[in-house]
Structures are given as C-alpha cells and as structure tokens.
Design a binder for this molecule. Structure first.
Ligand code: SAH
Length: 363
C-alpha cells in the first residue's frame, strides 16, 4: 500500500490518521506542530516521539519535501528559488527583502493558462495545478533555507554563504503574496486549503497574506466565502475593455464592468482595500486619459492602486514607460483621491521580478 504523505493531510484527515493507528488524539496536534512549526523533513526528525513511535509511523507514512534545485541571489538582495516537485515538474518562489519586511512570493500552478502577452509565465502555458501542500511547502522550504538547514541538490548553483536573514518560525518571512506562477483562483480548492494551513498550522496572520488574481470574477466571492479573508489584489492593467482585451484574454470572458462588480460585492472590513495592480506599458495603457478613466472606474470601491512598470524579458514586444510618464499617471490617481504606489521592481537581473518567472521551461 502506498504510504500516506503527512504534509498532504488537512486537520480532520490528520485526526483520522492517528485514530486509525490507535493513537491518542493529541498526536495529530503534535505532528502538525512538528511539520509546520518545527519544519520536520522526515518522521525521524520528530524527536519528541519515541524511536518506536517514529518507526511505526514511518511504516505507513512519510513527509514530502520540495527539492531545492537552484537558488539565485540578485544584486538587490532578492532571492529566487527553483523547486522540483514530486512528478519532476518545477516551480519558482521569490523572496523579496525590504527594510522592515521579507515578502515571499509563491506559485499556485505550474505554468499558467492565462497567456497574458506581457507575462513570461503566460508564455510557457499551463502544466498543472499545485496541491495545497506544494503551495505551503514553498514557505516551509524557504524558511528552512533562511535558517540554512536545506542542502542544494544541484551542482550548478552558487550558494551565498551569508547567515539566515532573521530568526523565527517562518525564517524571517513577514508577508506572503500569491503572485508567483499561475492563477490562484483557477486552483481554488487547493489554494483555499493552503490558506487554511498557512493561517492555522503556521500561525501566519491573514492580514500579511495577499492573493492576486487576473480577474476570475465569479471566484472572488467564492474565495471570500471559503477562505480566511486575506488581502485581495486584482490585476486590472487597463482602463478600457479594448486595451484589456488586447493584454489579457480573460477580459473577453469577464470584462472590466463584471470584474469590478464582483469586487464591489465582497464584504471588506472598514480598514481594508482592494489593491488594483496596473502593469504600465509604454504607449499601451499609460496615457493621462487612461489614468482619468481609472479614477472613474474605481469610484465607490475601497481601493488602492499599485503601478508596476513593465519588466522586460527576452522577446517581449513591450516597453516600460519613462519615469516621467509613470509619475504623471500616478499624480492623476492621487488627485483623484486614490492611494497609489509604484512597485519597485526587484530581482530583474535574475528574472525574478513580476512576470519573469518561467522555472526553466521554454517560453
Ligand atoms: N495570475 C495572478 C497572479 C500573478 S501576479 C494575477 O494575474 O494577478 C503577477 C503580477 O505581475 C500581476 O499583477 C501581473 O499583471 C504582473 N505582471 C505580469 N507580467 C509582468 C511584467 N512583465 N512586468 C510587470 N508586471 C507584470
């Protein structure tokens, strides 16, 4: 019989598992603690258990781990991790250090089916959905690396020998963003399960988690119904359907009005806002009339806007606008009373910035 992967179990399934082995119920809690807080890589690592108990558990179960294939460090400190998953596919996660925060950007799918023209991940196509444990394991693996416990398995990588950035249960990770490879709302079941585990098993605050979607309108309400209320980011990227259709084919299915209606309907707490991401592309969506239209579109939605200057990659046909155009665009939004910030593009030299992840696949 195939062994059970303890990392793939929900709380209820873990309780069932220990019950079937005839163990007391508190063992479930202990196993979860060892996997998610102590970051045990094997059952053998659970030293709180007697040798006999570990042996017994190992007969029927195991703990899966992402395989760290490559780790690259940008000159600005951003780190990109290439992980191998169980079926030989691979994914990337990016750790972005800033003054007071360390944000981990995680993937929800291998590749992406959305094929947005400005995004390199879109170019590799969709391979498969990640399982909840593969989503969560990116956090476990990176925090383990930050605590310098994980060995790199590939010979081509250069590992910087600096010490862990910060100490703590999550290896210093303060924020998590679902902004890596894939469209999280098209893998909703696994993403919901992952969000439960990140908040409940790892004790991560939902306020420090942001999920970004290209705008699968009907799934937005479903996310809010089923998952802890994390911050929502929506990749709007255009202020007219005409331009958005050109940039994101999902707009043909869920045009701007439908998407924004879905955003209006979710019940936000008084202090919360939806982040609208807007990739700025030269001559495409960066005019001052676009900025004015954006102000009008967002009226009535508690929102903030995140302008992301386009990050180039080989063969991309787009260009980033000049700093002056970006600032002029921002000024119109600010005058329209929309809190607007420009995202610093980090890790461009190692293809770790937004839209640059391809995990070794050929785009
Ligand atoms: N599929 C989700 C999660 C990916 S988040 C989504 O679309 O929101 C990635 C963010 O980076 C999105 O806001 C996307 O619009 C942006 N992006 C993609 N390619 C980019 C590029 N080349 N330059 C800058 N931002 C890009």
């Amino acid at each position: 019989m195939a062994k059970i992967n303890l990392k793939a179990l929900s709380k209820a399934a873990m309780e069932e598992f220990v019950k079937e082995l005839g163990l007391p119920a508190y063992r479930a809690k202990q196993i979860l603690h060892w996997i998610y807080e102590k970051k045990a890589e094997t059952i053998e690592d659970i030293t709180e258990f007697s040798k006999e108990l570990r042996k017994r558990l190992s007969e029927t179960a195991y703990i899966s781990n992402l395989k760290l294939l490559r780790r690259q460090t940008s000159k600005d400190g951003t780190e990109k991790f290439l992980f191998g998953i169980e079926d030989a596919e691979s994914i990337e996660s990016v750790l972005i250090p800033d003054e007071d925060r360390h944000t981990l950007c995680i993937s929800s799918q291998v590749g992406c089916a959305m094929s947005c023209g400005f995004c390199l991940t879109g170019g590799i196509g969709f391979k498969r959905n990640l399982k909840a444990h593969e989503i969560v394991d990116q956090i476990i693996a990176v925090s383990r690396v930050q605590s310098s416990k994980l060995k790199v398995e590939s010979s081509e990588s250069k590992i910087p020998s600096h010490p862990p950035l910060l100490k703590g249960g999550t290896g210093g990770i303060t924020n998590i963003v679902f902004m890596g490879m894939g469209e999280p709302l098209l893998n909703l079941d696994e993403v919901v399960a992952a969000l439960h585990r990140i908040t409940e098993f790892m004790g991560f605050s939902k306020r420090k988690i942001t999920l970004s979607t290209c705008g699968i309108a009907p799934k937005i309400a479903e996310l809010y119904r089923r998952a802890p209320h994390v911050n929502l980011a929506v990749s709007l990227n255009a202020a007219t359907d005409e331009v958005r259709n050109k940039l994101m084919s999902i707009n043909k299915k869920y045009p701007i009005r439908v998407l924004l209606d879905a955003c209006r309907k979710i019940h936000l707490s008084p202090r919360d806002r939806i982040t609208f991401e807007y990739v700025m592309i030269d001559g495409m969506n960066d005019s001052l009339s676009d900025a004015k239209r954006l102000v009008a579109l967002l009226r009535g939605i508690p929102s903030k806007v995140n302008l992301i200057p386009f990050n180039p990659f080989a063969e991309s046909r787009f260009k980033r606008p000049s700093d002056n155009s970006i600032l002029a665009f921002q000024e119109i939004l600010v005058r329209g009373k929309i809190y607007t910030f420009i995202r610093k593009s980090k890790g461009q030299d190692i293809l770790a910035a937004c839209g640059q992840l391809k995990a070794g696949y050929t785009a």
